[in-house]
Write a new protein. Structure first.
Lengths: 172, 173
């Protein structure tokens, strides 16, 4: 989880609490109005705190790294009725050629037949124990763009993770 | 109580009502009222822009009782850095009416979890969809090795090959 995001949330809480303190000590409102304000802010803090865990874990449409290690994928094809536009779910870690531990993050991308073909190939290689690196490319799809989840389709390319290069043991 | 996006939105509506009341019925000077509006707006913008950065990351809560496994990622404990290790998995809830999208979960590393998840991962690689089931293990035995995890419930996980009527995963392991 991004430390910056947590800092921003805490700042937001701090600003709201500051407003409440002002209201309590520097207004001439009736005590019950102040009580309602305290309850309202308390509810705000509690609901935000309780709601956050329910938002975690679900895929996001934003922030896919330019290069990533593909851990898993799931493709939902669109149905013929057109109600379900389909989606591509990716579970990726930021590219780490050094093998250092990274936390995987889930993303959702609009479905596109060309992307489906590429992902199916990458999935087959993953099953054969060939780690796959994905890269976001600017090249448009040949059959036109697709949109879903409020985002433009993103074109990706996949290639096998290169073997790590080890330094010579007895350098001269 | 389960509060999702609706909880956050209603909370902000309530605070905005308080702000409106403050603006209309308090005897504060115009400067202070403006400062209050700016403060609340800044707070809302901070939440709005920080929430997307929290999405997509794994959660250690609300792991479904029965789930369809899509992926496994295991971080082993590192004695050099002191990292305790984590088992990450990506799964879809099989409860009736549940959100069909895959969700990312994490659990603290345990040798038993590692072995069951690795076995399930191996089967996924053979294109055999895996269905997981969680059993809460309330009767904790012995004393916890890590006292920071005192409140954490221990769970048992078992996997079996998913029934044929489950749509097979088109993705990788």
């Amino acid at each position: 989880m991004s430390t910056q995001s947590i800092a921003l949330l805490l700042t937001a809480y701090g600003l709201t609490a500051l407003l409440l303190v002002n209201l309590l000590f520097f207004t001439r409102w009736m005590w019950w109005v102040k009580g309602i304000a305290v309850l309202a802010v308390g509810f705000l803090f509690h609901s935000t705190w309780s709601a956050l865990p329910h938002l975690l874990g679900w895929p996001t449409a934003r922030g896919l790294p330019e290069r990533f290690n593909l851990s898993a994928l799931e493709i939902v094809e669109p149905d013929k009725s057109g109600q379900n536009k389909g989606a591509v779910y990716l579970w990726v870690t930021e590219l780490n050629l050094d093998g250092s531990p990274r936390t995987p993050r889930a993303f959702v991308l609009p479905f596109h037949p060309e992307l489906q073909t590429k992902l199916a190939m990458a999935g087959t290689k993953l099953r054969k124990n060939m780690p796959q690196v994905g890269e976001v490319v600017d090249t448009p799809f040949e059959s036109g763009p697709a949109t879903a989840h409020g985002a433009q389709a993103i074109n990706l390319v996949f290639f096998d993770l290169p073997d790590p290069l080890y330094p010579e043991q007895n350098p001269r | 109580m389960q509060l999702g996006q609706g909880g956050i939105v209603s909370a902000y509506v309530i605070v905005s009502l308080v702000l409106i009341g403050l603006g209309l019925y308090s005897r504060w000077s115009l400067k202070i009222k403006l400062a209050a509006v700016i403060l609340v707006t800044a707070a809302w913008l901070a939440v709005y822009f920080s929430l997307p950065h929290l999405l997509g990351w794994p959660t250690d809560q609300n792991v479904p009782r029965r789930f369809n496994l899509f992926g496994v990622y295991i971080q082993e404990p590192d004695p050099h850095t002191g990292e305790s290790g984590t088992v990450f998995f990506w799964a879809g809830d099989l409860a009736p009416g549940a959100d069909p999208r895959p969700r990312a979960y994490k659990m603290p590393f345990k040798a038993t979890y590692k072995s069951v998840f690795q076995e399930a991962q191996g089967k996924l690689r053979q294109n055999i969809p895996q269905e997981g089931e969680i059993e809460l293990d309330d009767e904790a035995e012995g004393r916890p090795l890590d006292w920071t995890r005192l409140g954490q419930k221990s769970v048992k996980i078992k996997f079996r090959d998913a029934p044929v009527n489950l749509p097979p995963s088109k993705g990788g392991p």
